[in-house]
Design a protein around this ligand. Structure first.
Ligand code: X2X
Length: 338
Protein backbone atom coordinates (compact mmCIF):
# COMPACT_ATOMS: atom_id res chain seq x y z
CA UNK A 1 0.00 0.00 0.00
CA UNK A 2 2.95 2.30 0.28
CA UNK A 3 2.82 4.98 -2.35
CA UNK A 4 -0.96 5.10 -2.54
CA UNK A 5 -2.27 7.85 -0.30
CA UNK A 6 -5.60 7.74 1.39
CA UNK A 7 -6.81 10.48 -0.90
CA UNK A 8 -5.86 8.64 -4.12
CA UNK A 9 -7.68 5.57 -2.91
CA UNK A 10 -10.84 7.56 -2.21
CA UNK A 11 -10.83 9.07 -5.70
CA UNK A 12 -10.31 5.65 -7.24
CA UNK A 13 -13.27 4.19 -5.36
CA UNK A 14 -15.52 7.08 -6.29
CA UNK A 15 -14.78 6.83 -9.97
CA UNK A 16 -15.30 3.05 -9.90
CA UNK A 17 -18.80 3.65 -8.54
CA UNK A 18 -19.50 6.24 -11.22
CA UNK A 19 -18.35 3.91 -13.96
CA UNK A 20 -20.55 1.03 -12.87
CA UNK A 21 -23.62 3.28 -12.57
CA UNK A 22 -22.93 4.47 -16.08
CA UNK A 23 -22.95 0.91 -17.44
CA UNK A 24 -26.09 -0.06 -15.54
CA UNK A 25 -27.81 2.99 -17.00
CA UNK A 26 -26.81 1.98 -20.52
CA UNK A 27 -27.90 -1.61 -20.05
CA UNK A 28 -31.30 -0.50 -18.83
CA UNK A 29 -32.29 1.70 -21.77
CA UNK A 30 -30.75 1.84 -25.19
CA UNK A 31 -31.36 5.08 -27.04
CA UNK A 32 -32.91 3.12 -29.92
CA UNK A 33 -34.73 -0.21 -29.51
CA UNK A 34 -35.74 -1.78 -32.83
CA UNK A 35 -37.69 -4.95 -33.48
CA UNK A 36 -36.74 -7.70 -35.93
CA UNK A 37 -39.31 -10.47 -36.48
CA UNK A 38 -39.38 -13.64 -38.55
CA UNK A 39 -41.14 -16.97 -39.08
CA UNK A 40 -38.38 -19.48 -38.27
CA UNK A 41 -37.51 -21.31 -35.03
CA UNK A 42 -34.84 -19.77 -32.79
CA UNK A 43 -32.55 -22.73 -33.58
CA UNK A 44 -32.40 -21.95 -37.31
CA UNK A 45 -29.12 -20.31 -38.44
CA UNK A 46 -31.09 -17.23 -39.47
CA UNK A 47 -31.98 -16.51 -35.85
CA UNK A 48 -28.65 -17.63 -34.42
CA UNK A 49 -26.78 -15.24 -36.74
CA UNK A 50 -29.30 -12.43 -36.19
CA UNK A 51 -28.89 -12.70 -32.41
CA UNK A 52 -25.13 -12.66 -32.82
CA UNK A 53 -25.43 -9.55 -35.01
CA UNK A 54 -27.61 -7.94 -32.33
CA UNK A 55 -24.83 -8.44 -29.76
CA UNK A 56 -22.22 -6.97 -32.10
CA UNK A 57 -24.37 -3.97 -32.97
CA UNK A 58 -24.98 -3.28 -29.30
CA UNK A 59 -21.26 -3.42 -28.56
CA UNK A 60 -20.23 -1.33 -31.56
CA UNK A 61 -22.81 1.36 -30.81
CA UNK A 62 -21.76 1.38 -27.12
CA UNK A 63 -25.22 0.24 -26.15
CA UNK A 64 -27.05 2.97 -28.04
CA UNK A 65 -28.85 0.55 -30.36
CA UNK A 66 -30.64 -2.59 -29.30
CA UNK A 67 -32.01 -5.07 -31.82
CA UNK A 68 -34.74 -7.26 -30.34
CA UNK A 69 -35.20 -10.55 -32.18
CA UNK A 70 -38.65 -12.20 -32.32
CA UNK A 71 -38.42 -15.66 -33.91
CA UNK A 72 -41.12 -18.27 -34.58
CA UNK A 73 -43.98 -16.02 -35.68
CA UNK A 74 -44.16 -14.52 -32.18
CA UNK A 75 -45.41 -11.28 -33.74
CA UNK A 76 -47.76 -12.94 -36.24
CA UNK A 77 -47.81 -14.83 -39.52
CA UNK A 78 -45.80 -13.75 -42.56
CA UNK A 79 -48.85 -11.92 -43.88
CA UNK A 80 -49.22 -10.06 -40.56
CA UNK A 81 -45.52 -9.22 -40.30
CA UNK A 82 -45.41 -7.86 -43.85
CA UNK A 83 -48.19 -5.47 -42.86
CA UNK A 84 -46.30 -4.52 -39.68
CA UNK A 85 -43.01 -3.77 -41.41
CA UNK A 86 -44.85 -1.65 -43.98
CA UNK A 87 -46.58 0.39 -41.28
CA UNK A 88 -43.46 0.61 -39.09
CA UNK A 89 -44.93 -1.39 -36.19
CA UNK A 90 -41.88 -3.63 -36.60
CA UNK A 91 -38.59 -2.32 -37.97
CA UNK A 92 -37.06 -5.38 -39.65
CA UNK A 93 -38.44 -8.58 -41.09
CA UNK A 94 -36.97 -11.40 -43.16
CA UNK A 95 -39.28 -12.68 -45.84
CA UNK A 96 -39.05 -15.04 -48.79
CA UNK A 97 -39.04 -13.09 -52.04
CA UNK A 98 -41.78 -15.38 -53.26
CA UNK A 99 -44.16 -14.30 -50.49
CA UNK A 100 -43.03 -10.69 -50.76
CA UNK A 101 -44.27 -10.86 -54.36
CA UNK A 102 -47.79 -10.33 -53.02
CA UNK A 103 -46.58 -6.73 -52.57
CA UNK A 104 -43.66 -6.55 -55.03
CA UNK A 105 -44.46 -8.88 -57.97
CA UNK A 106 -40.86 -8.93 -59.28
CA UNK A 107 -39.55 -10.40 -56.01
CA UNK A 108 -40.57 -14.00 -56.75
CA UNK A 109 -38.39 -14.34 -59.85
CA UNK A 110 -35.65 -16.42 -58.19
CA UNK A 111 -38.28 -19.06 -57.37
CA UNK A 112 -38.98 -20.04 -60.97
CA UNK A 113 -39.01 -23.83 -61.03
CA UNK A 114 -35.64 -25.54 -61.60
CA UNK A 115 -33.97 -22.28 -62.64
CA UNK A 116 -30.83 -22.63 -60.46
CA UNK A 117 -28.58 -25.65 -60.71
CA UNK A 118 -26.32 -24.90 -57.74
CA UNK A 119 -25.37 -22.35 -55.08
CA UNK A 120 -22.60 -20.77 -57.16
CA UNK A 121 -25.19 -19.79 -59.72
CA UNK A 122 -27.54 -18.56 -56.98
CA UNK A 123 -25.03 -16.23 -55.30
CA UNK A 124 -23.66 -14.92 -58.58
CA UNK A 125 -27.20 -13.93 -59.59
CA UNK A 126 -28.46 -12.69 -56.22
CA UNK A 127 -25.29 -10.72 -55.41
CA UNK A 128 -25.30 -9.50 -59.00
CA UNK A 129 -27.84 -8.15 -61.45
CA UNK A 130 -30.84 -10.28 -60.51
CA UNK A 131 -30.62 -9.34 -56.82
CA UNK A 132 -30.09 -5.68 -57.70
CA UNK A 133 -33.16 -5.78 -59.94
CA UNK A 134 -35.32 -7.20 -57.13
CA UNK A 135 -33.97 -4.78 -54.50
CA UNK A 136 -34.70 -1.92 -56.88
CA UNK A 137 -38.30 -3.06 -57.20
CA UNK A 138 -38.63 -3.46 -53.41
CA UNK A 139 -37.30 0.08 -52.91
CA UNK A 140 -40.02 1.42 -55.22
CA UNK A 141 -42.56 0.49 -52.56
CA UNK A 142 -41.09 3.43 -50.57
CA UNK A 143 -42.33 1.87 -47.31
CA UNK A 144 -39.71 -0.86 -47.18
CA UNK A 145 -36.22 -1.58 -48.47
CA UNK A 146 -34.00 -4.67 -48.58
CA UNK A 147 -30.46 -4.90 -47.23
CA UNK A 148 -27.91 -5.84 -49.85
CA UNK A 149 -27.27 -9.47 -48.94
CA UNK A 150 -30.12 -11.93 -49.33
CA UNK A 151 -30.11 -14.68 -46.67
CA UNK A 152 -30.40 -18.36 -47.58
CA UNK A 153 -33.53 -20.41 -47.11
CA UNK A 154 -32.28 -23.07 -49.49
CA UNK A 155 -33.21 -25.44 -52.28
CA UNK A 156 -36.66 -26.77 -51.54
CA UNK A 157 -37.56 -30.47 -51.24
CA UNK A 158 -41.00 -32.09 -51.10
CA UNK A 159 -42.07 -34.04 -48.02
CA UNK A 160 -45.22 -36.14 -47.68
CA UNK A 161 -46.92 -38.36 -45.13
CA UNK A 162 -48.19 -40.72 -47.82
CA UNK A 163 -45.71 -41.66 -50.57
CA UNK A 164 -42.42 -40.63 -52.11
CA UNK A 165 -42.58 -38.23 -55.07
CA UNK A 166 -40.63 -39.97 -57.80
CA UNK A 167 -41.90 -38.24 -60.90
CA UNK A 168 -44.30 -35.44 -61.86
CA UNK A 169 -47.22 -37.94 -62.01
CA UNK A 170 -46.94 -38.37 -58.21
CA UNK A 171 -47.83 -34.69 -57.77
CA UNK A 172 -51.19 -35.02 -59.51
CA UNK A 173 -53.95 -34.57 -56.96
CA UNK A 174 -51.43 -34.33 -54.08
CA UNK A 175 -52.81 -32.19 -51.26
CA UNK A 176 -49.81 -29.96 -50.71
CA UNK A 177 -49.27 -26.89 -48.57
CA UNK A 178 -47.40 -24.01 -50.21
CA UNK A 179 -46.65 -20.55 -48.77
CA UNK A 180 -48.99 -17.73 -49.74
CA UNK A 181 -47.62 -16.69 -53.13
CA UNK A 182 -49.00 -16.70 -56.69
CA UNK A 183 -45.81 -18.29 -58.08
CA UNK A 184 -46.00 -21.26 -55.72
CA UNK A 185 -49.68 -21.80 -56.45
CA UNK A 186 -49.11 -21.54 -60.20
CA UNK A 187 -46.21 -23.99 -60.16
CA UNK A 188 -47.96 -26.75 -58.22
CA UNK A 189 -51.20 -26.20 -60.15
CA UNK A 190 -49.14 -26.78 -63.30
CA UNK A 191 -48.27 -30.17 -61.81
CA UNK A 192 -51.97 -30.83 -61.17
CA UNK A 193 -51.66 -30.78 -57.35
CA UNK A 194 -54.46 -29.80 -54.94
CA UNK A 195 -52.74 -26.68 -53.62
CA UNK A 196 -53.43 -25.07 -50.23
CA UNK A 197 -51.86 -21.66 -49.50
CA UNK A 198 -51.03 -21.66 -45.79
CA UNK A 199 -48.73 -19.41 -43.76
CA UNK A 200 -45.75 -21.14 -42.17
CA UNK A 201 -47.18 -20.44 -38.71
CA UNK A 202 -49.99 -22.92 -39.42
CA UNK A 203 -48.04 -25.45 -41.48
CA UNK A 204 -47.11 -27.92 -38.75
CA UNK A 205 -50.69 -28.20 -37.54
CA UNK A 206 -52.05 -28.43 -41.11
CA UNK A 207 -49.81 -31.46 -41.62
CA UNK A 208 -50.55 -32.92 -38.21
CA UNK A 209 -54.34 -32.71 -38.67
CA UNK A 210 -54.01 -34.03 -42.25
CA UNK A 211 -55.59 -30.94 -43.72
CA UNK A 212 -52.77 -31.50 -46.24
CA UNK A 213 -50.51 -34.50 -46.88
CA UNK A 214 -47.45 -32.71 -48.17
CA UNK A 215 -45.34 -29.56 -48.02
CA UNK A 216 -42.06 -28.41 -49.49
CA UNK A 217 -39.14 -26.71 -47.72
CA UNK A 218 -35.34 -26.80 -47.49
CA UNK A 219 -33.82 -29.44 -45.19
CA UNK A 220 -32.75 -26.87 -42.60
CA UNK A 221 -36.42 -25.86 -42.12
CA UNK A 222 -37.71 -29.46 -42.18
CA UNK A 223 -35.26 -30.17 -39.37
CA UNK A 224 -35.47 -27.04 -37.15
CA UNK A 225 -39.28 -26.79 -37.43
CA UNK A 226 -39.52 -30.54 -36.67
CA UNK A 227 -41.65 -31.27 -39.73
CA UNK A 228 -40.16 -34.79 -39.66
CA UNK A 229 -42.55 -35.47 -36.76
CA UNK A 230 -45.54 -35.20 -39.12
CA UNK A 231 -43.99 -36.27 -42.47
CA UNK A 232 -42.49 -39.59 -43.61
CA UNK A 233 -40.95 -39.13 -47.04
CA UNK A 234 -38.54 -36.53 -48.34
CA UNK A 235 -38.08 -36.35 -52.11
CA UNK A 236 -35.02 -34.40 -53.16
CA UNK A 237 -36.61 -32.41 -55.95
CA UNK A 238 -34.52 -29.22 -55.47
CA UNK A 239 -37.41 -27.63 -57.35
CA UNK A 240 -36.55 -24.03 -56.55
CA UNK A 241 -34.10 -21.87 -54.66
CA UNK A 242 -35.60 -19.63 -52.01
CA UNK A 243 -34.00 -16.83 -50.01
CA UNK A 244 -34.98 -14.30 -47.37
CA UNK A 245 -34.69 -10.57 -47.99
CA UNK A 246 -33.76 -8.72 -44.80
CA UNK A 247 -36.36 -5.96 -45.03
CA UNK A 248 -36.46 -2.71 -43.13
CA UNK A 249 -39.10 -0.04 -42.64
CA UNK A 250 -37.58 2.88 -44.52
CA UNK A 251 -38.85 5.69 -42.32
CA UNK A 252 -37.76 4.04 -39.08
CA UNK A 253 -34.34 3.16 -40.45
CA UNK A 254 -33.76 6.66 -41.81
CA UNK A 255 -34.66 8.08 -38.41
CA UNK A 256 -31.42 6.59 -37.04
CA UNK A 257 -28.17 8.59 -36.94
CA UNK A 258 -25.92 7.77 -39.92
CA UNK A 259 -23.22 6.15 -37.79
CA UNK A 260 -25.70 3.72 -36.24
CA UNK A 261 -27.25 2.95 -39.64
CA UNK A 262 -23.81 2.06 -40.96
CA UNK A 263 -23.08 -0.28 -38.02
CA UNK A 264 -26.46 -2.00 -38.40
CA UNK A 265 -26.05 -2.40 -42.15
CA UNK A 266 -22.53 -3.81 -41.91
CA UNK A 267 -23.45 -6.35 -39.24
CA UNK A 268 -26.71 -7.47 -40.84
CA UNK A 269 -25.05 -8.10 -44.20
CA UNK A 270 -22.15 -9.94 -42.50
CA UNK A 271 -24.63 -12.05 -40.54
CA UNK A 272 -26.39 -12.93 -43.80
CA UNK A 273 -23.11 -14.15 -45.28
CA UNK A 274 -22.41 -16.27 -42.19
CA UNK A 275 -25.96 -17.65 -42.32
CA UNK A 276 -25.43 -18.72 -45.94
CA UNK A 277 -22.41 -20.78 -44.92
CA UNK A 278 -24.31 -22.30 -41.95
CA UNK A 279 -27.26 -23.37 -44.09
CA UNK A 280 -24.98 -24.88 -46.74
CA UNK A 281 -23.19 -26.88 -44.03
CA UNK A 282 -26.48 -27.97 -42.46
CA UNK A 283 -27.92 -29.09 -45.78
CA UNK A 284 -24.87 -31.27 -46.19
CA UNK A 285 -25.18 -32.94 -42.77
CA UNK A 286 -28.87 -32.94 -41.97
CA UNK A 287 -29.95 -35.80 -44.18
CA UNK A 288 -28.21 -38.25 -41.83
CA UNK A 289 -30.01 -36.76 -38.87
CA UNK A 290 -33.41 -36.93 -40.60
CA UNK A 291 -32.76 -40.52 -41.74
CA UNK A 292 -32.12 -41.43 -38.11
CA UNK A 293 -35.46 -39.83 -37.22
CA UNK A 294 -37.18 -42.19 -39.69
CA UNK A 295 -37.57 -40.07 -42.83
CA UNK A 296 -37.14 -41.91 -46.11
CA UNK A 297 -35.26 -40.10 -48.85
CA UNK A 298 -35.30 -40.47 -52.60
CA UNK A 299 -33.64 -38.66 -55.49
CA UNK A 300 -35.54 -37.65 -58.62
CA UNK A 301 -34.83 -36.95 -62.27
CA UNK A 302 -35.51 -33.21 -62.35
CA UNK A 303 -35.70 -33.12 -66.17
CA UNK A 304 -39.10 -34.85 -66.11
CA UNK A 305 -40.48 -32.20 -63.73
CA UNK A 306 -39.07 -29.39 -65.80
CA UNK A 307 -40.56 -30.83 -69.00
CA UNK A 308 -43.96 -31.00 -67.33
CA UNK A 309 -43.74 -27.32 -66.34
CA UNK A 310 -42.69 -26.44 -69.86
CA UNK A 311 -45.57 -28.28 -71.52
CA UNK A 312 -48.04 -26.77 -69.03
CA UNK A 313 -46.94 -23.32 -70.26
CA UNK A 314 -45.51 -22.35 -66.84
CA UNK A 315 -42.31 -20.69 -68.11
CA UNK A 316 -44.08 -18.80 -70.91
CA UNK A 317 -46.73 -17.54 -68.50
CA UNK A 318 -44.21 -16.21 -65.97
CA UNK A 319 -41.96 -14.71 -68.61
CA UNK A 320 -45.01 -12.70 -69.65
CA UNK A 321 -45.66 -11.62 -66.06
CA UNK A 322 -42.11 -10.51 -65.21
CA UNK A 323 -41.54 -8.98 -68.63
CA UNK A 324 -38.82 -9.67 -71.21
CA UNK A 325 -36.23 -7.47 -69.51
CA UNK A 326 -36.36 -9.16 -66.10
CA UNK A 327 -36.56 -12.59 -67.74
CA UNK A 328 -33.39 -11.81 -69.69
CA UNK A 329 -31.57 -10.98 -66.43
CA UNK A 330 -32.68 -14.34 -65.03
CA UNK A 331 -31.69 -16.30 -68.14
CA UNK A 332 -28.40 -14.47 -68.29
CA UNK A 333 -27.63 -15.96 -64.88
CA UNK A 334 -29.11 -19.44 -65.21
CA UNK A 335 -29.19 -20.22 -68.93
CA UNK A 336 -32.18 -20.61 -71.22
CA UNK A 337 -35.38 -21.74 -69.52
CA UNK A 338 -37.00 -22.61 -72.86
O1 X2X B 1 -43.12 -20.71 -45.33
C1 X2X B 1 -42.17 -21.44 -45.64
O2 X2X B 1 -42.33 -22.58 -46.10
C2 X2X B 1 -40.76 -20.93 -45.44
C3 X2X B 1 -40.39 -21.03 -43.99
O3 X2X B 1 -39.88 -21.69 -46.19
C4 X2X B 1 -40.73 -19.54 -45.92
O4 X2X B 1 -40.62 -18.62 -45.18
C5 X2X B 1 -40.84 -19.35 -47.37
Amino acid sequence: MTGISRRDFAIGAASAVAVSTFFIGRARAAEFTYKYANNLPASHPMNIRAMEAAERIKAETNGRFELQVFPSNQLGSDTDMLGQVRSGAIDFFTMSGLILSTLVPAASINGIGFAFKDYDTVWRAMDGKLGAHVRGEIAKSRQIFAFEKVWDNGFRQITTSTKPIQGPADLVGLRIRVPVSPLWTSMFKSFGSAVASINFAETYSALQTKLVDAQENPLAVISTAKLFEVQNFCSMTNHMWDGFWFLGNRQNFEALPADIRAIVEKNINAAGMAERADVAALNGSIQQELLAKGMKFNAVDTAAFRDKLKSAGFYAEWKGKYGAEAWAILEDAVGSLG
